[in-house]
Design a protein around this ligand. Structure first.
Ligand code: ZN
Length: 282
């Protein structure tokens, strides 16, 4: 059942990743079992989120291996998600939206919280945006229906996707945009040199991507480099040319390359790289 759902999400362009499920005997399906600090909520894949994919063949392989996996969805691509886990968070979100609930898709999480879907705002995750409210954006993921929660409940749709996603009103944007404390991150000394190195590394990765991962690798590279373009550290035409050459070398078709490049670059530009925060999405 979760495979069917995963394929539908992927068909709508949402990168999917298999997530560990709660073990019916308690704890998590991962090696830590009952000692797992995050049962049913963390990825199966070694590289976690960065391996999320819309490739149906890859998704089928994952679910053949882990048929009972929960479904994780990468945020910041097709949607951002307001993750509400208390009444306080619910009221805070309503307040930001001028007293209304968001009009878009809504999930009741198995743990008693809610997920509200928005059009991507172009920012990363913000943990504790308000008490009881986390924001999942670029570089984040959520667990989605029909996954199971460690408490025994299921993630269910209250309002299904299908209509257009609401954008964020100014108050919400302003809060997300606000200074996020990053005490452990040192600024990068030479941002433009860093960006050039990233261009070389990403093009190389795309050129050598094995069949089955090529389109996904290209998408990730376009997103990562689009962030440098958004920050004015790389030239859009140059990035396009380099990645096109690399993808053609890897054997991808022109039409596929063009579509993937465009969407990856656009998404990346909306989340410009900030050397002060030293957060490189590789
Ligand atoms: Zn676990």
């Amino acid at each position: 059942m979760s495979l069917t759902a995963a394929l539908v999400y992927a068909r709508h362009g949402i990168p999917v990743l298999p997530v560990h499920a709660p073990d019916p005997r308690g704890g998590c399906t991962c090696d830590k079992g009952v000692l797992c600090p995050s049962p049913g909520k963390h990825p199966h894949l070694r590289h976690g989120l960065t391996e999320a994919s819309t490739d149906p063949r890859l998704i089928e392989q994952w679910w053949a291996r882990w048929p009972g996996a929960n479904v994780g969805l990468r945020t910041g691509v097709i949607m951002d998600v307001a993750d509400v886990d208390s009444a306080e968070g619910w009221h805070g979100l309503c307040h930001l939206l001028g007293g209304d609930l968001p009009s878009g898709p809504r999930v009741r999480t198995g743990g008693g919280g809610w997920h509200f879907w928005f059009a991507p705002l172009g920012y990363g995750n913000r943990v504790r945006l308000l008490p009881g409210l986390d924001w999942r954006g670029a570089g984040g993921y959520v667990v989605a229906p029909p996954s199971r929660h460690a408490s025994g409940g299921d993630y269910r749709w209250v309002l299904r996707p299908g209509r257009s996603l609401p954008g964020g009103p100014p108050a919400l944007r302003a809060l997300i945009e606000g200074p996020a404390p990053q005490p452990d991150h040192r600024p990068i000394a030479h941002p433009s040199r860093y960006a050039r190195a990233a261009l070389t590394a990403e093009a190389d990765r795309v050129a050598r991507a094995p069949v089955g991962t090529r389109n996904d690798t290209l998408n990730r590279a376009a997103f990562a480099l689009g962030r440098f373009v958004g920050a004015g550290l790389l030239d859009s035409a140059e990035v396009t040319r380099e990645l096109e050459d690399a993808a053609r070398f890897a054997g991808l078709g022109r039409a596929e390359i063009r579509g993937t490049l465009r969407s990856g670059l656009t998404a990346g530009r909306r989340a410009p790289f900030d050397p002060e925060l030293n957060r490189h999405v590789a």
